[in-house]
Write a protein that binds this ligand. Structure first.
Ligand code: NA7
Length: 549
């Protein structure tokens, strides 16, 4: 057991002398898929749990990202819960890639099917929490001053939940409507007759641009980095495929868990490198995967993410597709990305490149014409004023750490998470933080979340964490805390794995490179099966790397 002297500098006064045992076993922050499954699991284990959620409803990312065209980029038969056989048999996805509204219906269905709603307090944002040495638990408070005490604090606030709002000069003077894809209004937005500008060409831009273009009088796309998009070939879910998967859903889930990204067993990667076949065969293999659509293109060969030369062949294949699709050669060239494919998350699109053949759509290459400032009527880029009625910021997120770093979290000795993570998000197993006992951060830095099927990652982490808590309880133990040594070694491991890939060779949100001043460090762990093995091994070794007390 560690020392107990602590000064609760930021905790509300009434709690400074609180020492009784925590009233909750678990305080869960967030009612997205991770928070919902945590609550389900906690209740099955007889743990007293409460979820607090900043939004007015469940669904997390699918609650907030209601922009036109928003849909999942992993097939819905895969991007869905596998923990309950009846749920996965009963639920029917209407499309191969479900749209946001259907995903939100699914989140609500799961909530009500398992009677979870009464365990969730909506419109409540966690403001801060302090580890209470005397009570061996967490004292937490909301932005409205409500308070909770819990043995464990489980952060399920999402890796992509704090929108990136770039500070463009003069934006406050702009008189038109400003929308962010990650905070879209609930009511449908009408673009008819509008001059619309979209800044950002990641997944959110790539999905929304074709839909907005159909309505807007003029759409101007402001692109800082050209993106790779592969076709989704979305459509109604094939009933034969659905029946085949449902005939052995547990087997299908198990096969997916063996895949690097926790999905993709329907089209496994070819187990030979790109240079082992002739150029003609290579082209055929890329073509075959392009026809299927989705992330499978990156599995055309087993070294596309590892070998820059092989990666370049895949990038070149997509660039040729872009040049074949986009009629205007100048626009086509500007749309051709130059960074390694897959280094930033690949976009899965419906009609993105063809949208640039529409007469009402214009591309502004910000590399050549940077945004200078906003005016009341629009924005000036490269000396040219673009008049806009509506501006859509598709500028992404302060990913993986942004939401946690906006909380006033204090561990042992009042050390803040901001100090702890100043040089980057130290963590062990992508869940625990030394000096912050009984705190688990889900699908955050060090987890495989961002480079896997996040629902598979969530189910694994929730199972691991709740099993751990049940185990501690059965042994009469109150705290679990990662050691600083385990944490250092783990973060080094995450970066060693990344260094073997092409993931360090671009400015992605995986590296925090999209946010000025954020430490450049690769945050997700690549490789789901090895991560599962590592987590299992830690348990087998008696929670190696943790101190239990
Ligand atoms: P992303 O993928 O981070 O994309 C954000 C886009 O916004 C990207 O093109 C950025 O360019 C651009 N951006 C960001 N800041 C600026 C500024 N200041 N000026 C111009 N352009 C800017 O976010 P998404 O919401 O599209 O997708 C996030 C994830 O959600 C996605 O990966 C899927 O997992 C689902 P950059 O590339 O940084 O030059």
């Amino acid at each position: 057991m560690r020392g107990s002297a602590v000064h609760f500098a930021t905790m509300p006064d009434t709690q400074a002398h609180a020492t009784p045992a925590p009233t909750l076993d678990l305080l869960i922050v967030g009612a997205g898929f991770a928070g919902l499954y945590l609550l389900y699991r906690a209740r099955r284990l007889g743990l007293k749990a409460r979820v607090i959620e900043a939004a007015a409803g469940v669904g997390g990312t699918w609650y907030h990202n209601r922009y036109p065209g928003a849909r999942v980029d992993i097939q819905s038969l895969e991007y869905s819960f596998g923990f309950d056989e009846a749920l996965q048999q009963d639920w029917h996805w209407s499309e191969r890639y479900a749209a946001q509204a259907e995903l939100l219906r699914y989140a609500n269905h799961v909530t009500d099917r398992f009677g979870l709603r009464d365990g969730i307090q909506f419109n409540t944002r966690l403001a801060g929490a302090q580890f209470d040495e005397a009570a061996q638990g967490w004292q937490a408070w909301s932005d409205r001053g409500e308070r909770w005490s819990a043995r464990f604090l489980l952060l399920a606030a999402g890796p992509l939940s704090t929108p990136n709002q770039p500070d463009f000069p003069g934006l406050a003077d702009f008189k038109g409507r400003v929308l962010h894809t990650a905070g879209w209004p609930e009511q449908a937005v009408d673009f008819n007759g509008h001059r619309v500008g979209v800044i950002g060409t990641g997944s959110s831009g790539v999905q929304s641009i074709p839909v907005i273009a159909e309505q807007a009088a003029v759409l101007t796309v402001f692109q800082r980095t050209a993106t790779y998009a592969v076709p989704a070939h979305n459509g109604p879910l094939d009933p034969e495929l659905e029946a085949a998967v449902k005939a052995d859903y547990p087997g299908f889930r198990a096969r997916n868990r063996k895949m690097m990204g926790g999905f993709g067993s329907m089209l496994p990667p070819n187990m030979f490198p790109a240079h082992s076949v002739s150029p003609e065969q290579r082209e055929e293999l890329f073509e075959a995967r392009w026809r299927v659509g989705g992330f499978g293109l990156l599995g055309a060969f087993n070294d596309l993410i590892l070998n820059p030369q092989s990666n370049e062949l895949a990038g070149d294949f997509v660039r040729r597709k872009i040049r074949q699709t986009v009629h205007d050669p100048v626009t086509a060239e500007a749309l051709c990305p130059t960074h390694p494919i897959g280094c930033k998350r690949l976009c899965v699109d419906t009609g993105y490149y063809t949208t640039f053949n529409r007469p009402n759509v214009h591309l502004v290459d910000l590399q050549k014409a940077p945004i200078e400032h906003f005016t009341p009527q629009g924005l000036v880029a490269g000396g040219v004023e673009h008049r806009l009625d509506t501006l859509v910021l598709a500028t992404g997120f302060d990913a993986m750490t942004g939401t946690v770093l906006r909380m006033d979290l204090r561990g042992r000795g009042g050390v803040s998470i901001q100090d702890k993570w100043r040089a980057g998000p130290l963590n062990y197993l992508g869940m625990a933080v030394a000096g912050f006992p009984n705190l688990f951060n889900l699908v955050g830095p060090g987890s495989t979340s961002a480079v896997t099927n996040v629902i598979v990652a969530i189910e694994h982490q929730v199972n691991w964490i709740t099993d751990c808590i049940a185990d501690l309880r059965s042994r009469g133990l109150r705290t679990i805390e990662a050691t600083a040594e385990a944490e250092q070694a783990y973060v080094a491991h995450v970066n060693t794995v990344a260094a073997r890939t092409i993931y360090l060779n671009c400015n992605s949100w995986y590296l925090g490179a999209n946010i000025a001043g954020k430490p450049r460090i690769f945050m997700p762990l690549f490789g789901f099966p090895a991560y599962v093995d590592k987590c299992d091994d830690v348990v087998r070794q008696g929670y190696e790397g943790f101190v239990l007390a």
